[in-house]
Design a protein around this ligand. Structure first.
Ligand code: MF3
Ligand code: CO
Length: 254
């Protein structure tokens, strides 16, 4: 069931989303060679708690995974697509990292992610980041009243594949707001004109995961980290948005 949010609920979701955007900016500013992903997690957690909010991912359990998610954010480096668990890993020049943040304040959720290079990165990786981010905005542009969910999906997929990269199929965007994950699923591949109709008051997270090589992924032995099957790098960008009368409003902004 797709939840339609009232104006009041959207205001609460907006408040959580603003914190998400602030955390992402703060953590991004601390990404540099030599820092550990655990240090980034601590910076995020401190900021979230100081805003009287909770890290939405911490303690989250998903079907199929036996361990609850143990950290406040996801830090996914190079061939890690998403759900990388922060730890002792030291970031190195030339790598790329996806930072994914979820916040729960007053019982309302926001969710967003961005990917960034560590120091100087290759031209290929720069293109991967640019194409992934642009695909997110092309998807968002389709998030209009009376469009359908797969209008978003097709826009993302078309652009990514036209640029020679591939779209991960095993993971999707999602409704978000009263829960971290709600209906509808928002795949990053599909055929326009299909899927549920978008209506005013729906809040969704759109999150293309784009691989430099093939789209196949696998789960790491930690039970969480999603890795590319071919070991090539992957990028990820995400925003929470609300479907409104006019153009889509991006909520995960500062
Ligand atoms: N943005 C990711 C998602 O929507 C983050 C989930 S991490 C988890 O799937 F720990 F909460 F699962
Ligand atoms: Co998400």
């Amino acid at each position: 069931m797709i939840l339609i949010k009232t104006k009041k609920e959207i205001d609460y979701i907006r408040e959580s989303c603003k914190i998400v955007a602030e955390v992402l900016q703060l953590v991004k500013n601390n990404v540099r060679p030599g820092v550990t992903t655990k240090e980034l997690d601590q910076i995020a957690e401190d900021y979230i708690l100081s805003n009287n909010a909770k890290a939405a991912f911490k303690g989250y359990s998903q079907g199929g995974s036996s361990v609850d998610y143990p950290a406040s954010i996801c830090t996914s480096v190079d061939d890690a697509v998403v759900h990388g668990i922060p730890g002792e890993r030291v970031l190195k020049e030339g790598e790329i990292i996806s930072l994914d943040v979820g916040v729960n304040k007053n019982g309302y959720f926001g969710d967003a992610a961005l990917s960034v290079g560590i120091g100087e990165i290759s031209e290929e990786k720069k293109k991967l980041l640019e194409v992934t981010e642009k695909s997110l905005y092309l998807g968002i542009a389709q998030a209009r009243v009376n469009n359908r969910v797969h209008d978003i999906s097709e826009a993302v997929q078309q652009y990514v594949e036209a640029n020679g990269f591939s779209i991960v199929r095993d993971l999707c965007g999602h409704g978000v707001g009263k829960f971290l994950h709600e209906d509808p699923a928002v795949p990053n591949f599909g055929r326009k004109g299909t899927g549920p109709k978008l209506r005013k008051g729906m809040t969704i997270a759109i999150e293309p995961m784009v691989n430099m090589g093939a789209y196949k992924v696998k789960t790491a032995p930690d039970g969480w980290t999603i890795l590319t099957a071919d070991g090539l790098p992957s990028a990820h960008f995400e925003h929470t948005i609300v479907i409104s009368d006019n153009k889509p409003e991006i909520l995960t902004v500062q």
